[in-house]
Design a protein around this ligand. Structure first.
Ligand code: HEC
Ligand code: HEC
Length: 405
């Protein structure tokens, strides 16, 4: 597809002064890896973290056939950043899961793959993905060892024509056979590529948040009274914690289940009956009402997304999506499976209104009657779930960049 907004801007002949990106008041500060001390032993730290997670997180379940090691983690990182693993050698995993954007992508509602091809879902953060029992927004893959094949082969992501071709490439690329031999005592293979990527991603865990220090660490001053009020609403009046669960000694903020919150249904109604005009931001503070026909002429049509139904074809699974963890949600905008909600305030307001209210919606999603102060307290609580370690994780990801571009 061709990119929408810039072409629309040209078509409208706009002559607005160009401002620095910082003029967008709602763009978060980038995560500054430079604030973290250089750690030449980064893979030792990564290994230690995946064996003994920070406050608030349970142990990582390493599969018995893939115990982590420094060599696997180093190889996994190199693979994760290697653009040569896409059909035209332009796109790596890290380009959709950007370390400086908390291993998510702040700029795109839905990810864009090689040659600008659209996808229909938002790229979730890889941070703490180690803990999911089912990966992807529809939980369709049970393990990080196998998950990587989907982006590697999807025509609108890395677009490799075959998995075997990727292994043949790794065998031919300088450096890789030796790194595989060091990590596994054998050369590149599909299994071993998955093992290495999984070991690296299982080291990307981030806890020890202000919430953890208060709730699990007993530090009364770690969070404000507003955050404490927000947490009380989260567990009680707003009932968020019945899906975004909190245990006695740790919290993943996910029940690992799939639910219909109403968001997917609402988005499908909007897709079938789109508004006659869309608000397009063409420059900071400059928003235009652009007619549907103009948008349609420059964009690919949005695809339907039936969520878990696309995995099971069971009508009861329509519009069900996996409950995402809320850890680090303050720095992983935009939100929901399609990135349609731009801010935490928008998500809280969606829940407060009771979702879509259609018949299949989970009954826990209902009008909540929260006042403005209560909505703000919930947002403050969600923002207290940001780990202070993310800058160092981004720094570790970039130290001694492997020579692979
Ligand atoms: C074109 C952008 C893009 C690229 C390149 C990409 N991903 Fe993703 N990633 C996504 C999107 C979008 C999803 C969600 C897809 C879905 O739910 O169907 C996702 C989901 C994931 C998940 C699941 C996370 C969760 O919360 O369940 C993992 C793990 C992951 N990607 C790892 C990788 C790895 C490893 C690579 C490289 C081999 C990679 N990704 C390449 C966009 C991308
Ligand atoms: C019935 C289970 C359920 C309840 C109750 C629930 N959620 Fe969710 N939540 C989900 C599911 C499922 C998603 C993913 C929806 C999607 O991707 O379309 C989600 C998504 C989110 C997201 C977006 C996360 C991201 O990374 O995109 C936030 C934030 C969130 N919920 C906060 C809350 C808050 C705050 C409450 C209480 C007001 C709440 N949730 C109540 C199941 C639930």
């Amino acid at each position: 597809m061709r990119a929408g907004a810039p072409i629309v801007a040209i078509a409208l002949g706009l002559a607005q002064p160009v401002q620095a990106q910082s003029a967008y008041s709602d763009v978060p500060e980038p995560i500054r890896a430079a604030t973290c001390a250089r750690a030449d032993d980064w893979s030792a730290r990564a290994l230690a973290r995946s064996l003994a997670p920070p406050l608030g997180l349970p142990p990582v379940a390493h599969p018995s056939d893939n115990p982590p090691s420094r060599a696997k983690i180093e190889l996994g990182r190199k693979l994760f950043f290697d653009r040569r693993l896409s059909i035209n050698k332009t796109m790596s995993c890290a380009m959709c899961h950007v370390p400086e954007q908390a291993f998510a992508n702040w700029e795109l509602q839905t990810a864009i793959g090689v040659e600008g091809r659209s996808t229909k879902r938002n790229a979730p953060t890889i941070l703490n993905a180690a803990y999911y029992e089912g990966l992807f927004h529809d939980a369709r893959d049970p393990a990080l060892e196998t998950q990587y094949l989907a982006p590697l082969l999807a025509r609108n992501e890395m677009a490799n024509p075959s998995a075997g071709g990727v292994i043949a490439l790794l065998e031919a690329l300088d450096g890789y056979p030796a790194l595989f031999a060091e990590a596994f005592g054998a050369g590149p293979s599909l299994d071993r590529t998955g093992y290495a990527l999984a070991a690296y991603q299982r080291s990307l865990i981030a806890g020890d948040t202000p919430f953890d220090r208060w709730y699990f660490g007993g530090e009364a001053e770690a969070v404000s009274d507003e955050v404490k009020r927000g947490f009380a609403l989260f567990t009680d009046k707003a009932d968020c914690a019945s899906c975004h669960t909190v245990e006695a000694d740790h919290a993943l903020f996910t029940d690992q289940q799939l639910h219909d919150t109403g968001h997917g249904w609402l988005r499908e109604q909007a897709r079938q009956a789109p508004p006659a005009a869309t608000r397009v931001r063409v420059a900071p503070g400059v928003v235009h009402e652009v007619p549907l026909a103009t948008i349609a002429a420059v964009s690919a049509a949005r695809e339907a997304d039936l969520g878990r139904y696309e995995v099971t074809e069971d009508p009861d699974d329509r519009w069900k999506f996996r409950t995402p963890s809320l850890r680090n949600v303050g720095v992983t905008r935009p939100y929901m499976h399609d990135g349609a909600l731009p801010s935490l305030a928008a998500v809280v307001s969606f829940y407060n209104q009771g979702g879509a209210g259609h018949p299949q919606q989970d009954p826990r999603i209902r009008p909540l009657g929260l006042d403005a102060g209560e909505e703000a307290a919930l947002v403050a609580f969600l923002e207290a779930l940001t780990s202070p370690d993310i800058a160092c994780l981004a720094a570790e990801a970039r130290i001694e960049p492997p020579d692979n571009h």
